[in-house]
Design a binder for this molecule. Structure first.
Ligand SMILES: [Zn+2]
Length: 285
């Protein structure tokens, strides 16, 4: 069996066997003091791609740690829902917040509401604090062949920020710094996923990359990248991430009417991407 068959079959088998959620294999943007990661909309609000450090804090948190926000640095807005208790009149009309007292009975009723709060935060690099003290700094084992493959690849890779992406317009790959990753396979799996996307560029394998998020062609491109990445890792003897690859594929085939045949269709193009990236550099699986 070749790499394509092994990977396709294993992903299909994983898809049958339940609903493991996808796990992001790196530590994302988080608060420097609480270590809590920014989620949801906050991930989009933070200009993480500009910085190597993945820790953020408020002006006051920075001051409490003995630092200052550097001159002319602008903060970014993050939002949180804060629970607070309000008193309402007891006539079932939520809009009559005010006295908190039912005029007839004199009873008071309270209710929990969620209020949106805004905070301004700064990346530690925008302050006088030492980013090295606050950024995630894991040491993971490296794979020599995998390193050689990406170092010789013909698309620029920028190791910065807290998101992984490929920009077809600029033909640039963004990947969080290796120190932010939780394990070896998570790092290479993520990096080769983005590299696989870049094989679709018109100067390489020229795939249709024009789909917008949520469209079928975008979902298909995600399957190609994830399966190609799984093939590259498999060929290098790294196989532990296949459950995560399957979980990722599951989230995208839901856009494609849960048609598992899409995995098989995508695996054909994924194989071409895998061969483009690895060329003759990789031993047979
Ligand atoms: Zn992708």
């Amino acid at each position: 069996m070749g790499v394509r068959e092994i990977v396709t079959e294993r992903i299909l088998r994983e898809l049958e066997s339940g609903n493991i959620p996808w796990n992001r294999p790196w530590t994302g943007a988080h608060n420097a003091v609480s270590s809590a990661e920014y989620r949801g909309i906050n991930r989009l609000l933070l200009p993480t791609h500009k910085y190597t450090c993945n820790a953020w804090l408020t002006f006051n948190q920075c001051r409490d740690l003995g630092g200052w926000v550097k001159k002319d640095e602008r903060g970014a807005i993050v939002v949180f829902y804060k629970r607070s208790e309000i008193t309402i009149t007891d006539d079932g009309d939520d809009e009559t917040i005010g006295t908190g007292e039912n005029v007839e009975t004199g009873e008071k009723t309270t209710k929990n509401v969620f209020v949106l709060r805004y905070y301004t935060v700064f990346n530690v690099e925008q302050t006088t604090l030492d980013p090295a003290k606050y950024t995630t700094n894991n040491t993971i084992a490296r794979d020599k062949t995998a390193d050689e493959i990406y170092l010789n690849y013909d698309c620029p890779i920028k190791f910065q920020g807290s998101t992984a992406s490929y920009s077809p317009g600029a033909d640039v790959i963004y990947c969080p710094p290796v120190e932010h990753f939780k394990n070896t396979e998570g790092f290479y799996g993520t990096l080769f996923h983005e590299i696989a996307h870049s094989t679709g560029h018109k100067t390489r394998l020229n795939r249709n990359m024009s789909g917008s998020i949520g469209s079928a062609s975008y979902a298909r491109e995600e399957l190609i990248a994830e399966i190609a990445s799984a093939m590259i890792l498999q060929s290098l003897g790294m196989t532990k991430t296949i459950e995560n690859a399957a979980a990722y594929c599951r989230s995208w085939i839901s856009v494609l009417q849960n048609d598992k045949n899409m995995i098989i269709t995508a695996s054909g193009q994924a194989e071409k991407a895998y061969q483009y990236v690895c060329g003759g550099a990789v031993v047979n699986a």
